[in-house]
Design a protein around this ligand. Sequence first.
Ligand code: ATP
Ligand code: MG
Length: 362
Amino acid sequence: MGKIILTGDRPTGRLHLGHYVGSLKRRVELQNSGEFEKIFIMIADAQALTDNFDNPDKIRDNIIEVALDYLSVGLDPAKTNMFIQSVVTELTELTFYYANLVTVSRLERNPTVKTEIKMRNFETSIPVGFFTYPISQASDITAFKATTVPVGEDQLPMIEQTREIVRKFNTTYNADVLVEPDALIPTNQICSRLPGTDGKAKMSKSLGNCIYLSDPEDVVKQKVMSMFTDPDHIQINDPGKVEGNAVFTYLDAFATDEDFAEFLPDYKNLDEMKEHYRRGGLGDVKCKKLLLNVINKELAPIRARRKEFEKDIPAVYEILRKGTEVARAEAAQTLSEVKAAMRINYFDDAALIQGQQEKFNS
Ligand code: ATP
Ligand code: MG
């Protein structure tokens, strides 16, 4: 069987640099590698509603933003099915059955859910929908028999949970229906969890510490210039810390040796620059200006493509509609196999009716 990709994003805002280095860039490379039989990229509106149920317009408005971000980074509808999660109702049905295979204590142990509950101040009253979203993610992945899930590090516990559900399902129902997926996380530690511009552990829409792919140049400039650095690096000549300094973390994620030749030939590469910063004598503004150039170079073609797609919004919805249709057919096929394995496919099973007739006649 060929390799299949499923991954996605919550339409809770525009996509940011964390998404880009953690997942989007890789998706485009994988899409163009020709190694995958099918690729599904999901806009996870139903999942986003689990912690935004009281603000459906936010989700509604951000679906098109995420779709535009996808197209502008180079996801190509001819190779990749982009779809809207809630329209594929088969996913909800799968979730209901998988819920039987998971315990409350197992969900409570999920470290990502734990952190997110704290972040959202849900500790005293966790919405059930939010608490169980890892089960719904298992449905998303298995509905497409995905082998490969390119995601950031925060998603590893979800993939593990999915693998457990797959094993439990296949053994409980003595079936070979569901496929155990593998996570594909960036090999580079920084890219698998890019920190925020405030230096916090993760750039995240919910934390308001993002540089968005669609931010215009002046907004990126303002964000970069006010970025968190080393609070003890007050005078230029003070020795500076590179670790935990968001500007250097971003340079680690984005800057190449060619960027130095182009924008800051005083240094051959990032190691030389870090060395100078540590020693003292290198100011934050110079570092930030380099970072600004590097980020703008990466974002310029993305911004330009977005402008083009923004001219025909109905066409973008049409791309999603078509992608969703393909996704739905695929999920329906898996759901029917799941129901057959669970022996709840009553009307599709002529032998059942025949067998029951014989039982009552004997
Ligand atoms: P929210 O705050 O609404 O949860 P988010 O910014 O965490 O939004 P998601 O839509 O939850 O974004 O994540 C989509 C994908 O992007 C996931 O694969 C996730 O691992 C990855 N991702 C998100 N933030 C980062 C980051 N800072 N670094 C690397 N990968 C990230
Ligand atoms: Mg998230």
